[in-house]
Write a protein that binds this ligand. Structure first.
Ligand SMILES: Cc1cc2nc3c(=O)[nH]c(=O)nc-3n(C[C@H](O)[C@H](O)[C@H](O)COP(=O)(O)OP(=O)(O)OC[C@H]3O[C@@H](n4cnc5c(N)ncnc54)[C@H](O)[C@@H]3O)c2cc1C
Length: 407
């Protein structure tokens, strides 16, 4: 295992850090002000398009997409490996607006990978191209309110064949990104054949956001945050009709695609989470250095040093584990690296939630307010223990695969 950054990564990191200092960090305040003043929270603050234009100009665009393992196709992107992208993604994670500004944000990254790997020529032309250009956005609809969706076999939404169409009926929730007016396409997982073997019952299908019969019931809040203009929607699909060509890869192949999609999505979440933790730690140290209590700088107190030391060690351990997973994905493929991916999906959000919690404590009451970013950082890190599958499911997989190694 060699985690030395490649020359491409080093060059990109230099450019990216400059972009963060010159464009992204200053734009964070503008973004917040524009959101506060906006009459409609479900419109994108104009500063985002300015950041996107600047990122494109500086060659910091679509860095997430690795070259296809079989064909080598990069779809016009740099084709960075997972290991090369990891440190880039970490830096992007330091700001809540950097990933979108560079067209590297979820759920579009996962959806673009699906279109790139499993989409037909038509899907690529109609959806992948504008997604790669940052002209539209997308969402992924698997989770349902009525069933325990951590077991995707439970998904009930029906995809039924009818002549030259499929008809979709069901209710989904936590469809992230659905609130964005630029969200034009949904990748939906549903049941196409309830009588097939358990892992062949589900299919993934492409649904245009403006198809007749799609009704948003409500937008869900995360610890009180509406996450506008992105948002998480509860949605009814009432006799939504799409052409037969909308099915991805073929009927009954939903699990196969999920396997391919969720691996990279999970590692990206973890890489970004490490960036969040680094930023929180930096903020906490600066804050502790600037305040005096009981005649002593907070940074000089023994308990602060102990907390800082633990956080430094935990973040570095998390990063090494993520780099190992990225390396395994590049070397062996997403399927073979599934234990490493499951390991980071449990370890990293637990570590980063704890780090942000301690940094929040070091800020005193300000930490839970809107003045610092820590409250929203904490809320989002906590959700990562659920999103893309709860801790328990991934822990179970790690244990199962480990036990299976021995007779
Ligand atoms: C912020 C956020 C964004 C999300 N975005 C999306 C999205 O874009 N698209 C989408 O489709 N979904 C999305 N989700 C949903 C997420 O993927 C699901 O919530 C998750 O998979 C769990 O499903 P569930 O909520 O139905 O929990 P359930 O399946 O009802 O599970 C509840 C709890 O049961 C326990 N449990 C479950 N299985 C096991 C097990 N094997 N062993 C032990 N305990 C177990 C766990 O404690 C688990 O948390 C998002 C969620 C959040 C919070």
């Amino acid at each position: 295992m060699d985690f030395e950054y490649s020359d491409r990564t080093k060059a990109l990191l230099e450019k990216l850090n400059k972009f963060m200092d010159e464009v992204i960090y200053p734009a964070e305040t503008v973004y917040e002000e524009q959101m506060e003043k906006a009459k409609d929270r479900w419109q994108l603050p104009p500063v985002m398009e300015e950041c996107k234009a600047e990122a494109k100009k500086r060659g910091l665009w679509n860095m997430f997409l690795p070259a296809d393992r079989d064909s080598g196709d990069t779809h016009g992107t740099m084709g960075l490996s997972n290991l090369e992208y990891a440190p880039i993604c970490e830096v992007l994670g330091r700001s809540s607006i950097a990933s979108e500004a560079t067209n590297c944000s979820a759920p579009d990254t996962g959806n673009m990978e699906v279109f790139a790997r499993y989409g037909s020529k038509e899907h690529k032309e109609k959806w992948l191209k504008p997604l790669l250009n940052g002209e539209i956005r997308s969402c992924f609809a698997m989770t349902e309110p009525a069933v325990a969706s951590s077991d995707a076999r439970n998904v009930e939404c029906r995809i039924e064949s009818d002549g030259d169409s499929y008809v979709i009926n069901g209710r989904k929730w936590w469809s992230s990104g659905m609130g964005d007016p630029r969200c034009k396409v949904i990748i939906l997982m549903g049941k196409s054949d309830p009588s097939a073997p358990a892992y062949r019952q589900q299919s993934m299908i492409v649904v245009p956001r403006d198809a007749a019969g799609i009704k948003v019931v409500k937008m869900l809040h995360v610890f009180g945050y509406d996450d506008a203009p992105h948002g998480h929607a509860e949605v009814i699909y009432d006799n939504v009709r799409v052409p037969k060509s909308s099915i991805l890869l073929g009927e009954g192949r939903g699990f196969e695609i999920a396997q391919g999609r969720l691996g990279p999505g999970r590692i990206h979440h973890c890489m970004r989470a490490i960036g969040v933790a680094e930023r929180a730690l930096e903020m906490a140290i600066k804050r502790a250095k600037s305040r005096v209590a009981f005649g002593q700088r907070i940074s000089e107190m023994g308990v602060t040093k102990a907390h800082v030391a633990d956080m430094r060690m935990e973040i570095d351990m998390a990063r090494l584990l993520v780099l190992k997973a990225a390396w395994a994905m590049d070397k062996f493929g997403n399927k073979e690296a599934r234990q490493q991916i499951a390991m980071i999906k449990v370890a990293v959000p637990n570590i980063t939630s704890k780090v942000v919690d301690r940094c929040l404590q070091l800020h005193g009451a300000g930490g839970v307010s809107q003045v610092f970013k820590l409250a929203s950082m904490y809320a989002h890190q906590r959700t990562l223990r659920l999103a893309d599958g709860p801790d328990e499911v991934h822990r179970d997989q790690v244990g199962r695969l480990e036990i299976a190694k021995y007779n």
